[in-house]
Design a protein around this ligand. Structure first.
Ligand SMILES: NC(=O)c1ccc[n+]([C@@H]2O[C@H](COP(=O)([O-])OP(=O)(O)OC[C@H]3O[C@@H](n4cnc5c(N)ncnc54)[C@H](OP(=O)(O)O)[C@@H]3O)[C@@H](O)[C@H]2O)c1
Length: 254
């Protein structure tokens, strides 16, 4: 490990997809990993794989008190978090707004927006006090480019994008960096969760094309974190080569 590399990373949503891949990527570089998520069995398997440099934390990021307690109770060797990867998040449903389930909208807002702010607020004071740190937020191309059924998911990721920029302003002069990583379609459990566990519907999303992988995203996150301290990567937007933009929709009369 060099002096510019982080020593400790806190990753939310580490039980699957980008979060698990990011945990493996940082651990491979000799970084201590705090892996947080709700599914403890998954985290236990990951911890066995990563060895003693990994700590697992059972955490629902929507629970504000639990977030602050988890950070306060970190053992001393893990307490100085250099990098926070705010990755926990989800999309639920792909129907039009006028038919949406409000409980699903609440869960996306509570996780993708509010949970991310709780984790940030809990860990940031330590980073500022140490004059070093990096907050890496998982946004999405859905936060920039609309698509039918994106509605609240897209809105929640637009929040992540703007919150990241505003954090940078607040943290000016502190030495703490902020990056928003905004991927396009990537083959994780994301679509299975979005479609309520329907694996067939999820697989159809990636049929016949090469999506991004969790490792692609982990590499981008690690790259941003491994830059020398005078470099702040503001935003990384990456998509599968096979995915690009739709035309505007036009309703024609007659
Ligand atoms: N895959 C894509 O196409 C894609 C594209 C752009 C952005 N993203 C974003 O990337 C992030 C990771 O997604 P992924 O693709 O890796 O999906 P994934 O495989 O479904 O992983 C999502 C992770 O978030 C965790 N999570 C969900 N709700 C949580 C909560 N309330 N508290 C704590 N952890 C929670 C899950 O863990 P538990 O269920 O164990 O809690 C899981 O580890 C998300 O923010 C997603 O919006 C994904």
């Amino acid at each position: 490990m060099t002096s510019t590399q982080p020593a400790t990373v806190f990753i939310t949503g580490a039980s699957s997809g980008f979060g698990a891949a990011t945990a493996r990527r940082f651990a491979a570089a000799g970084v201590r990993v705090i892996a947080a998520a709700r599914r403890v069995d998954r985290l236990d398997d990951l911890a066995k794989e990563l060895g003693p440099s990994a700590l697992t934390v059972a955490l629902d990021v929507r629970d504000r008190d639990a977030v602050f307690a988890a950070v306060a109770l970190l053992p001393p060797e893990f307490a100085a978090v250099d990098v926070l990867v705010n990755n926990a998040g989800l999309a639920l449903g792909l129907g039009p707004a006028q038919e949406a389930d409000l409980d699903e909208w609440d869960q996306m807002i509570d996780t993708n927006c509010k949970g991310l702010t709780y984790c940030t607020r809990a860990i940031l004071p330590g980073m500022v006090a140490r004059g070093r740190g990096h907050v890496i937020n998982l946004g999405s191309v859905a936060g920039t480019y609309p698509y039918p059924g994106g509605n609240v998911y897209g809105g929640s990721k637009a929040f992540v994008h703007q919150f990241s920029l505003d954090l940078r302003s607040d943290l000016h002069g502190t030495g703490v960096r902020v990056t928003s990583v905004e991927p396009g379609m990537a083959d994780t459990e994301f679509s299975t969760v979005r479609f309520g566990g329907d694996k067939e519907q999820a697989d159809a999303v990636y049929a016949g094309m090469q999506p991004l992988t969790a490792d692609d995203i982990a590499e981008a996150i690690y790259w941003a974190a491994a830059q020398p301290p005078h470099v702040n990567v503001n935003r990384i937007e990456l998509m599968a080569t096979a995915q690009s933009f739709a035309p505007f929709q036009v309703t024609r009369e007659g």
